[in-house]
Design a protein around this ligand. Structure first.
Ligand code: HEM
Length: 152
């Protein structure tokens, strides 16, 4: 009897063992989705956008801001040509409309990036500040709509 109980306990531990390894599984799954091509392009957007936000009001930094805008634009264009990972989780019937909607919103984002470039070239920094705020709000709505919920 005691032997049986020991055996039961041992097999219970054995059965539980994979659970202890489980935290590794979501971590590597998250890593996989973090390294989607779109995720990488978005990381580039974050790097240039973060600097841009800090310096956009400063007219003496306009040459450097224009360089950041060019980088943001390049990464946005590359992003527009990709599909969000969330598309794969949707029913097939909804997928192509979802991806087309995403591409359209990315194009609208790029149109605002072009306005930002023009404002900086014209030395209109107040306008540039407002456009950066607009880009930020497009980022928020884009993430709400097209990013997988678990990534928020
Ligand atoms: C200033 C603008 C933006 C910045 C700085 C930005 C930044 C980011 C960052 C840092 C991530 C996480 C990347 C990772 O997984 O490592 C991300 C993900 C994502 N962003 Fe953006 N984003 C911006 C605008 C947008 C817009 C306008 C849209 C859609 C219209 C969008 C759609 C997405 C999607 C779908 C993902 C998930 C990636 C995937 O599905 O693989 N983002 N973004």
């Amino acid at each position: 009897m005691r032997f049986l109980a020991g055996l039961t306990l041992a097999s219970a531990c054995f059965a539980l063992h994979p659970l202890r390894a489980e935290p590794m599984a979501p971590a590597s799954a998250a890593h996989d989705s973090d390294t989607t091509e779109l995720g990488e392009r978005m990381d580039e957007m974050r790097a240039s956008f973060r600097k841009l936000r800090r310096q956009v009001a400063d007219a003496s930094a306009n040459a450097s801001s224009l360089d950041l805008v060019a980088r943001l634009r390049r990464a946005s264009e590359q992003s527009a040509a990709l599909a969000p990972a969330k598309a794969a989780t949707l029913p097939e019937s909804e997928r192509s409309a979802f991806v087309a909607d995403y591409a359209e919103k990315m194009k609208a984002f790029i149109a605002e990036v072009d306005k930002l470039k023009a404002a900086l070239e014209a030395g209109k920094n107040d306008e540039a500040v407002a456009l950066v705020a607009k880009l930020e709000s497009l980022q928020k709505s884009g993430h709400r709509e097209f990013r997988s919920a678990k990534k928020d």
